[in-house]
Design a binder for this molecule. Structure first.
Ligand SMILES: NC(=O)c1ccc[n+]([C@@H]2O[C@H](COP(=O)([O-])OP(=O)(O)OC[C@H]3O[C@@H](n4cnc5c(N)ncnc54)[C@H](O)[C@@H]3O)[C@@H](O)[C@H]2O)c1
Length: 311
């Protein structure tokens, strides 16, 4: 069938054109690493933020830490929530080294008393609350097996239950000063099935929660949105993924690069700032175009990439 060859040929042409373009790109490298942003515009000066999961599992910078650093360097005063003190302290030190203000609040975001305390401590210290980033998340594999029932409940508690609890205590404080911005870190796994029975649905629920919060509290100035990261290179991903998988993750998207934690942090900075005042109830996909294309196209891009690497 002649027709079926056309898209693949087209894919190869696109792939070559893309690699040509990469040669002159200044922000992205072939390795996909995006540097920490160095320019700041004080778009968050005067604002106060809470970020859950502001530490990082393992060495390096995860999404929560990157978001905390970017919001703080942009002028926000930040409450760094994590259940691991040592990890949150690393984030605090990095913020202070950059001249920002923050404090650490230790506890478990699945516990309502802890969530209430994080918000109360933030209000006590800084007098207001403008931004909440619900970043804690877990991707435990779950099947339909009855033995996985506890794991199912745990994934939902940790991902979407914690976001709801944080909103419960944060929203009334935000409303006192005219509203605020809530950002749920979801995932493209909530948009496209990946064989993760609990993770995907829990992340889809985080995007839905943002919409519901917006409808219920929009008149009081609350905007809630989600950010769906795609294939982002976090320390955990780096430690778990073999090199072959990382190459596939890069090649499957139209841009042919892996995302970085700073890509997510910059999207969060925008949704946190007044620059996005008319954006509410959306899910901002930050994935290099992976969810924009079909499975066959992604597969053709992987194959074209593999062929090119052999040349
Ligand atoms: N890494 C990716 O490629 C990717 C892709 C899509 C979505 N995400 C989402 O991004 C978010 C961050 O992922 P990451 O890999 O950067 O984070 P991470 O696994 O490094 O965890 C961040 C922090 O959360 C803390 N934490 C965990 N459970 C907690 C709890 N119950 N209470 C308080 N703190 C807790 C951990 O101690 C850790 O410091 C997650 O929601 C994840 O689902 C990641």
């Amino acid at each position: 069938m002649q027709v079926s060859h056309v898209p693949e040929h087209f894919m190869m042409l696109c792939y070559k054109a893309r690699n040509h373009w990469h040669g002159s790109a200044d922000l992205q490298t072939k390795e996909g690493a995006m540097p920490e942003p160095k320019t700041h515009n004080a778009t968050l000066t005067g604002k106060v933020a809470i970020i859950t999961g502001a530490g990082t599992q393992g060495e390096g910078t995860g999404i929560g830490r990157a978001v905390a650093i970017v919001l703080a360097t942009e002028g926000a005063r930040v409450c760094l929530v994590d259940r691991h003190a040592a990890s949150a302290e690393v984030t605090l030190t990095q913020i202070e080294q950059r001249g920002g203000s923050a404090f650490v609040a230790i506890g478990d975001v699945t516990q309502r008393e802890d969530c209430a305390r994080f918000v109360a401590e933030t209000e006590q210290r800084y007098g207001r609350l403008d931004i909440l980033v619900n970043n804690v998340g877990v991707a435990t594999p779950v099947l339909l097996d009855a033995r996985d029932e506890d794991a199912w409940a745990r994934v939902f508690d940790l991902n979407v239950g914690s976001a709801m609890l944080m909103c419960r205590y944060a929203v009334p404080v935000m409303i006192k000063n005219g509203g605020g911005s809530i950002i749920n870190i979801s995932s493209i796994a909530g948009i496209r099935a990946q064989g993760s029975l609990a993770y995907g649905p829990s992340k889809a629920a985080m995007a839905a929660l943002a919409r519901e919060i917006t409808v219920l509290y929009g008149r009081q100035g609350i905007r809630a949105n989600a950010i769906a990261p795609g294939h982002v290179l976090t320390p955990l991903a780096m430690s778990l993924l073999p090199e072959t998988m990382r190459v596939k993750r890069k090649n499957v998207g139209p841009l042919g690069i892996e995302g970085d934690v700073w890509d997510i942090a910059l999207a969060a900075r925008f949704l946190a700032s007044n620059e996005s005042r008319f954006i509410a109830g959306i899910e901002l996909v930050v994935d290099g175009g992976v969810t924009a294309i079909g499975a066959m196209t992604g597969n053709a891009l992987i194959e074209a990439g593999a062929q090119e690497e052999q040349v």
